[in-house]
Design a protein around this ligand. Structure first.
Ligand SMILES: Nc1ncnc2c1ncn2[C@@H]1O[C@H](COP(=O)(O)OP(=O)(O)OP(=O)(O)O)[C@@H](O)[C@H]1O
Length: 319
């Protein structure tokens, strides 16, 4: 999503909702731009204390989903609820912190002034010095916002989204441009927030972050929810497993390519790497070829490979 944003921080408050009310509820939500259906019949609930990663290829509808949730866009059909109210009603107070992708930072103020403003506006603010320290920007508090590097700007957005205690934190590709230490500090803060019962929803292209951080993963594709579960469940849903082994002598690829249930193969030197939708059957057939595979390893897919497998299978269905 590369569109400019009106604001990088969206403070909201609502009256307390009953404990059973989901933090966020999407009920059959659809949103189109002309003939592009960005969000297509999306139904899901988010609950207190969940850390949820929203994954999907470019154009899958992640940013539109977050915009709908924040009331920055309105559904064509269906309903979006935030703490039991419509997003527009929810926007009037301060239970939601949002870190969006671009735009909205005031240029002519210093980092410290901007963070102080965010704290002043928040109904449950943290101390400005703590917010600056947590985002790793105390040293640049006197610098004008328009003199920052991309990664520093992103740290400032992080500070704005964590200027006060929010019950829901919405993050659109939050760590893009951050260096390793900024990422680590960022996710440590988000973990603390989740441990305190807050709900964190983040869209990302960094699947290793989703794997490490999220206790629930949503996979969007063409505006529809393809998968919803823990990272382990998503990996299992992809079905395929990785098989790797070494062979001595020149490798004849033809019989390997004919192995049953093989979905991909890569031969590099003496090492063969295979993906199979039935690893047991593939390994059995491998021995049936009279080969002697050494250093044989069979493992599940990583989240990234599972994501690629799930979305590629969906693409194939729609062709
Ligand atoms: N303002 C707009 N006008 C027209 N089409 C739009 C607009 N905003 C988004 N779209 C289209 O809607 C679809 C979903 O876009 P969206 O930005 O929600 O996807 P995304 O998953 O966030 O993508 P990315 O990973 O590339 O940021 C895309 O096909 C996009 O081109």
């Amino acid at each position: 999503m590369h569109r400019a944003r009106a604001a990088t921080m969206v403070p909201m408050t609502t009256t307390a909702a009953p404990a059973t009310t989901p933090v966020v509820g999407f009920d059959q939500v659809s949103k189109s731009y002309g003939n592009v259906r960005a969000v297509d019949g999306l139904t899901l609930d988010l609950h207190p204390g969940e850390t949820v990663a929203l994954l999907g290829p470019n154009g899958a509808g992640k940013s539109t989903t977050l915009d709908l949730l924040l009331g920055l866009k309105h559904p064509d059909t269906g309903a979006v609820r935030v703490f039991g109210a419509g997003p527009r009603e929810a926007i009037v107070g301060g239970r939601v912190g949002a870190m969006l992708q671009s735009g909205g930072l005031m240029d002519e103020v210093t980092v410290g002034e901007l963070v102080k403003l965010a704290c002043d506006l928040h109904p449950k603010p943290y101390k400005v010095s703590d917010v600056l320290a947590r985002a790793g920007i105390s040293q640049i508090a006197d610098r004008k916002v328009n003199k920052l590097s991309g990664g520093q700007e992103q740290r400032v957005r992080f500070a704005l989204a964590t200027a006060g205690a929010n019950d829901l934190i919405v993050l659109d590709e939050p760590t893009t441009g951050m260096d390793v230490s900024a990422r680590q500090a960022f996710w440590a803060t988000m973990r603390e927030q989740a441990d305190q019962g807050r709900t964190v929803l983040f869209a990302t292209h960094y699947l290793e972050e989703a794997d490490a951080i999220a206790d629930r993963v949503l996979v969007l594709h063409r505006g529809r929810l393809l998968a919803d579960g823990t990272a382990a469940e998503i990996k299992a849903k992809a079905g395929a497993r990785r098989i790797a082994f070494d062979l001595e002598g020149p490798i004849d690829e033809a019989p390997l390519r004919a192995l049953p249930f093989l979905t991909s193969i890569d031969v590099s030197g003496h090492t063969v790497r295979i993906q199979s939708s039935d690893a047991d059957a593939t390994v059995h057939a491998l021995y049936g070829l009279g080969l002697y595979p050494r250093n044989l390893e069979v493992a599940g897919l990583g989240l990234e490979q599972a994501f690629v497998a799930i979305t590629a299978a969906e693409e194939a269905k729609s062709q």
